[in-house]
Design a protein around this ligand. Sequence first.
Ligand SMILES: C[S@@+](CC[C@H](N)C(=O)[O-])C[C@H]1O[C@@H](n2cnc3c(N)ncnc32)[C@H](O)[C@@H]1O
Length: 177
Amino acid sequence: MVAGRRVLEVAAGTGYWTQVLSGTAVAITATDLNAETLAVAARRQYGSADVQLLVADAYQLGTVPGEFDLMFCGFWWSHVARADVPRFLAAVSGRMPAGSPLILLDNRYVPGSVHPVSRIGPDGDTFQQRELRDGSSHEVLKNFPSPAQLAADLAGTATELAVTELDHYWLAAGRLC
Ligand SMILES: C[S@@+](CC[C@H](N)C(=O)[O-])C[C@H]1O[C@@H](n2cnc3c(N)ncnc32)[C@H](O)[C@@H]1O
């Protein structure tokens, strides 16, 4: 799906998907809010794509230099609060040319394979309690949208939307309006 594309990757984290995409994309600017995760990404070996790692806020994509013709967000959508979805999609539309493919990939709620939902917020956001090796416990926002929810959220932003449900993951692909 990314073959020959100049990819803007949002919330790239430690570069797991950057590495996967780098085998076929022409170029990837992999962005994340946290320099710590990008420092891990910097230690990976990438494929033939020209890979740039850059600190950037997913809600402020106007700060990212370069020209792109595809946006990829791996395991990011689930961490966008319901109330922030319009703000994130405005940032996406404001940064990418109309007609660009948008690819989102994330977890489905499969009991046993993801942390259970520990709390539901007033906007419908779901939260998990995750423990680190140091014994500390952290509440993490993690939403599990249905295909219908994704279609509704992306209705004004993307056309030709196709949502594929895999056993543990969902993939949404469309074209930005
Ligand atoms: C679940 S990780 C996904 C990382 C990577 N895409 C993957 O699939 O392995 C979510 C990432 O979002 C980043 N993040 C959190 N808030 C962000 C923001 N406002 N803008 C950009 N990245 C953000 C975190 O630093 C983290 O790396």
